[in-house]
Design a protein around this ligand. Structure first.
Ligand SMILES: Nc1nc2c(ncn2[C@@H]2O[C@H](COP(=O)(O)OP(=O)(O)O)[C@@H](O)[C@H]2O)c(=O)[nH]1
Ligand SMILES: [Mg+2]
Length: 317
């Protein structure tokens, strides 16, 4: 999802910087001029690599305050928002210091009167730059892991109006999404679950809508989940403009109507003000007297009416 470059570790950044600098060579009118120009250039090139490499990481991680609440919450549950902020801040601190050492050193080298002074200045600068990079060793390790986690986040566009499907297992959620989505849903793994969520789309009057199928997420009582998993599951509420709760009154899904209703009341209390459309599926097997919407995800009966109701909730006002 997030396109963040591989994060190099402290030693790798230093290797890269100093290897490049070791190849730098300049000639001047005198031996002293050559040594001076060469060493100034070494300092510039090694510090440039450190400063731009770290700067690239700071830039590549999304600015957490500007992320949609869904991704912001996922980041907080999986890697901790505060820790990520602190690590990025530490990188900025480190690269700022490396840049400062380089500026000071090149000034001192320009004024140095002999080659020995220049050599000493270079060695001292290398030492200090290395130290600033090594001081963020742990932060780089953390960011490397954060990057790996964030790349695997499901790709969902939070700006597209979204319906989230919920309901007990085997009530027909996947089949319904298959009926509604005009493309094969994209599948992604979801943090803290072994489940995949799938994201389908449909269009109405040139507007695009998302429909998210959540196997394993919104299909069992919330009190059976550990804290992390629950938070990841509840993050879905930041995406949902409307929830479709699918019921199977035929109970061929293997869950009683009472169990399904318990899940529905869990969802109602956790999802607060988000509208929930209750839909009775498998009406080819059993039709109730209720005034809920009625569909058959197998035959497609009632599905167009459901889509109309979704669009009514989702379309821009
Ligand atoms: N008779 C009937 N079976 C259905 C209907 N919708 C789904 N099913 C069946 O119910 C089972 C579970 O469907 P699925 O979409 O995988 O349920 P999910 O676990 O909620 O995603 C499958 O065998 C489907 O063929 C329906 O409208 N009528
Ligand atoms: Mg399913």
């Amino acid at each position: 999802m997030f396109d963040i470059p591989t994060v190099l570790m402290a030693d790798e950044i230093l290797d890269k910087a100093f290897r490049k600098a070791s190849k730098v060579e300049h000639s001047g009118a005198t031996r002293l001029d050559s040594v001076r120009a060469t060493n100034i250039s070494k300092i510039k090139s090694s510090s440039d690599i450190i400063v731009t490499t770290m700067g690239r990481y700071v830039k590549a991680f999304p600015s957490i305050d500007r992320l949609s609440p869904f991704y912001s919450e996922l980041i907080d549950v999986t890697i901790s928002r505060d820790k990520l902020k602190k690590c990025l801040g530490a990188l900025d601190w480190s690269r700022g210091n490396v840049a400062r050492v380089a500026r000071q050193t090149t000034r001192d080298m320009a004024a140095a009167r002999n080659m020995e002074m220049i050599d000493n200045l270079r060695n001292a600068a290398y030492g200090r730059m290395s130290s600033f990079v090594k001081q963020v060793r742990k932060e780089l390790v953390f960011l490397g892991r954060a990057r790996d986690t964030m790349r695997k986040f499901p790709a969902i566009d939070p700006s597209v109006p979204t319906a989230v499907i919920a309901g007990a297992p085997n009530v027909g959620k996947s089949q319904l999404v298959g009926q509604i989505s005009t493309v094969k849903p994209r599948v992604a793994v979801y943090p803290f679950t072994t489940q995949e969520i799938s994201v389908g789309v449909f269009e109405r009057k040139y507007l695009r809508y998302q429909i998210i199928d959540t196997p394993g997420l919104l299909d069992r009582p919330f009190n059976e989940r550990n804290t992390m998993e629950l938070r990841a599951v509840l993050a879905l509420k930041y995406l949902a403009h409307v929830v479709v709760f699918v019921l199977d009154l035929s109970e061929t899904c293997g869950y009683t109507v009472a169990q399904q209703n318990n899940l529905l009341s869990d969802l109602r209390s956790e999802f607060g003000s988000i509208p929930i459309i209750e839909v009775e599926n498998k009406t080819d097997l059993l039709v109730s007297e209720s005034d809920r919407m009625k569909i058959s995800a197998s035959t497609g009966a009632g599905v167009p009416e459901l889509v109309d109701a979704l669009v009514d909730h989702l379309k821009p006002q």
